[in-house]
Design a protein. Structure first.
Length: 383
């Protein structure tokens, strides 16, 4: 009995001393001759341009899907995005949110949300449901493919609350907010979208925070009231850098940006933003950032959609970079195909929306599951 007790005390002491390695669901901290080994597998398939994704309180993964676009045009009825991107063709009922269980089985939460398709890429690229988030047990989605400029005059871009039966209601009209709160430096080349195109959304202390890449804005939306207010106009201090995604870590926001096209390798970065709206560039050298998250050790993970120069994103060149607490970068995964979103699961694994836009994304979108473990590296004994 005494021996078992001493063993238990030793185990507790070891866990306390090496507290990072004993955290539940934590990603490994490798050292003493060990290295991180990454394993990737396809977790779910059959998605329509998957974008942002979050785990719900029920343990299932919820995925925003840009959808199938539509055929309705509002050209001549309201302001449009200029060619070759616009005018969009829209639908009120082809955007979707899916639920994926622990076995990777997909079910539809709702397929009655707006979606639109542009005219720039062969086959068209899609805007629809951009991201999801939970506040308590309630599921919210942010729409990026709605509004008159996307061929959907009856539904604005905004945040909607989705019920368990798939019905939904508008919580905040972000089309109206965008039009009444112009930024200093929106998209300058004729591609400014009157209704905006929100991209990332997170819950912080029960309110929702949304990035708007086309205008260069970060917006707070109160829940349940739906009142929208500006956190910061990124374009005032940084110009048109196309902010895409945010995370919240130890009291501050962290933002990644896509940057403008053509793609120039290394032009994207990570920015720290205080709750009061002070913007501080932290690190650069990234390319086309479309996802960021922190692990339980405080290390930053960055999803790069494309990593080479080009007129637009280059398929098959996406990756995930981990930045340790000293600022050192390590590529964990490469060869991703148009990845568009990333989140940690309660199991400590990363989940990534892959094939998120472009040809093949309709029905061909997938979720990847990425896990980590530590293994010893055999020393090289060759002279």
């Amino acid at each position: 009995m005494k021996q078992k007790f001493l063993f238990l005390l030793a185990a507790i002491a070891a866990c306390f001393f090496f507290f990072i390695g004993c955290k539940k669901n934590s990603t490994p901290v490798c050292g003493d001759g060990k290295t991180t080994v990454t394993t990737m597998k396809v977790f779910a398939t059959g998605l329509n341009s998957p974008r942002g994704l979050k785990f719900g309180p029920d343990g299932n993964l919820y995925v925003a899907e840009a959808g199938l676009g539509g055929t309705n045009s509002t050209a001549g009825l309201c302001g449009q995005v200029t060619f070759p991107v616009g005018p969009y063709l829209g639908s009120t009922t082809s955007g979707r949110v899916s639920k994926i269980d622990a076995n990777g089985v997909r079910t539809t939460v709702t397929d009655q949300l707006p979606s639109s398709v542009d005219q720039e890429i062969v086959g068209g690229d899609f805007q629809g449901v951009a991201d999801v988030a939970f506040v308590g047990n309630k599921l919210y989605a942010v729409l990026a493919g709605a509004g008159c400029s996307h061929g959907v005059p009856s539904v604005p871009n905004g945040i909607v609350k989705i019920e368990n039966n798939g019905s939904w209601s508008l919580v905040s009209n972000l089309s109206e907010y965008t039009m009444s709160h112009p930024t200093a430096h929106p998209e300058p080349h004729g591609g400014a979208e009157p209704d905006g195109t929100p991209y990332g959304m997170i819950n912080v202390n029960g309110d929702l925070y949304v990035t708007e890449p086309n205008q260069g804005d970060i917006v707070k939306v109160t829940i349940p009231g739906g009142i929208a207010s500006r956190v910061v106009d990124i374009s005032v201090s940084q110009g048109h850098i196309v902010p895409t995604v945010i995370a919240f870590h130890e009291g501050n926001f962290y933002m990644g940006n896509l940057d403008t096209f053509p793609v120039v390798k290394g032009q994207s970065g990570i920015y720290k933003i205080t709750p009061g709206g002070n913007v501080q560039p932290l690190m650069h050298g990234f390319t086309t950032i479309l996802g960021i998250d922190f692990d339980q050790q405080g290390r930053l993970y960055v999803l790069e959609n494309s990593t080479v120069d080009g007129q637009g994103p280059t398929p098959g060149t996406g990756d995930i970079v981990r930045v340790d607490l000293s600022g050192n970068k390590e590529i964990l995964v490469s060869g991703l195909d148009q990845p568009t979103g990333m989140t940690f699961g309660p199991d400590g694994k990363l989940y990534v929306s892959n094939k998120g836009f472009g040809p093949g994304s309709t029905g061909g979108g997938e979720i990847l599951q990425i896990s980590f473990k530590c293994e010893y590296v055999q020393p090289d004994t060759k002279n």
